[in-house]
Design a protein around this ligand. Structure first.
Ligand SMILES: Nc1nc2c(ncn2[C@@H]2O[C@H](COP(=O)(O)OP(=O)(O)OP(=O)(O)O)[C@@H](O)[C@H]2O)c(=O)[nH]1
Ligand SMILES: [Mg+2]
Length: 304
């Protein structure tokens, strides 16, 4: 993923470099040297502006080259259509700069006098600057998209992935913290986890991925928020999955046990192939205390 220079910084540094262009010493005639310096300056600004744009267009991954999970995340975070449209706009700006820059550099090199070439230089630099200046919003968006894409989890499709799923606030992140290298935030409110992040753990020399997910509520896809969409994308598109379905039976998490069971049933029905690799986990057992003197095993009360 290429580093995107902020719009103003890029233009500023490009213009400073143009000022440093010196006329070629090999050309003996002072007159011709000055004319050729004008053309060189136009070439320099063209390159300074267009080359990084070309690197962005090539360096940002094409949607059809992404893993389906990454494509789904891209769609949910920045919108795949918007992403493709933006890259195509950046490419359009690059071409516009190349065309205008080349045309003006060629005009400058054909001038009969340094004064005439100077005027073409001034005009040409102005044209290039204007094309780029108008694209401040485009470049700001590109910078934002780059930041978003960098935050997407790196998924190794060859590794088995343990996905922690369940209602919000049931203790998924707490488990990820104790089981793996992942360091998600743990808080006593729903939707603390807002993104998908990968952690790793090793058992007997084998490496595994583990991912925390945002909580799911018992509701239809239309009603679900973007964070729940990320969890569904992980379940739908990651290969080689083991589902660790986390439930809080204390009723403290904010989702009733019935709703948690409904979510569990929904995932199992939607992804029946996952039944074979499914582990139910019950958290917050420490809040459960068994009163042996009042009915023995099976008689329970919620502890504090
Ligand atoms: N008593 C007790 N509290 C726990 C246990 N596991 C988690 N908690 C608490 O439950 C709250 C929620 O924990 P998280 O790990 O953030 O839950 P989550 O499922 O990741 O929540 P979201 O990211 O919002 O979906 C926090 O206050 C944790 O400290 C447990 O085993 N016992
Ligand atoms: Mg969490």
């Amino acid at each position: 993923m290429p580093q995107v220079a902020p719009h103003g910084e890029h233009l500023g540094s490009a213009l400073r470099r143009v000022n440093r262009v010196t006329p070629p010493k090999t050309v003996k005639s002072k007159h011709k040297r000055e004319i050729s310096a004008c053309a060189m300056k136009l070439d320099a600004l063209t390159k300074e502006l267009a080359v990084p744009l070309g690197k962005y267009v090539k360096g940002f991954p094409a949607v059809d080259r992404l893993h389906p999970f990454e494509a789904a995340l891209l769609h949910l975070t920045v919108g795949a259509d918007k992403y493709e449209a933006l890259l195509s706009r950046v490419n359009g700006v690059r071409k516009k700069i190349l065309d205008a820059g080349k045309a003006n550099a060629s005009r400058a090199s054909k001038c009969k006098s340094p004064k005439e070439a100077g005027l073409v230089l001034e005009e040409g630099l102005g044209v290039l600057e204007n094309i780029y200046k108008k694209e401040e919003t485009t470049m700001d968006k590109l910078l934002y998209f780059a930041q978003q894409l960098r935050r997407l989890p790196f998924v190794d499709p060859k590794l088995e992935t343990f996905v922690l799923a369940g209602a919000p606030n049931v203790g998924k992140s707490s488990l990820v913290v104790s089981l793996s290298s992942g360091q998600p935030e743990v808080c006593n409110y729903p939707f603390t986890t807002k993104t998908i992040k990968m952690g790793h753990f090793d058992v007997a020399g084998e490496r595994y991925q583990v991912t925390d997910t945002p909580g799911l509520l018992s509701r239809s896809d239309e009603e679900r928020n973007e964070m729940e969409g990320l969890t569904m994308a992980a379940l739908e598109h990651l290969d080689n999955l083991v589902v660790l379905f986390v439930m809080d039976l204390t009723g403290e998490c904010g989702t009733t046990v019935k709703d948690q069971l409904d979510i569990r049933r929904e995932i199992m029905t939607r992804f029946p192939e996952m039944k074979a690799k499914w582990v139910d986990i019950f958290t917050k057992a420490d809040m459960f205390s068994i009163k042996e003197d009042e009915g023995g095993a099976g008689s329970t009360e919620w502890g504090g």
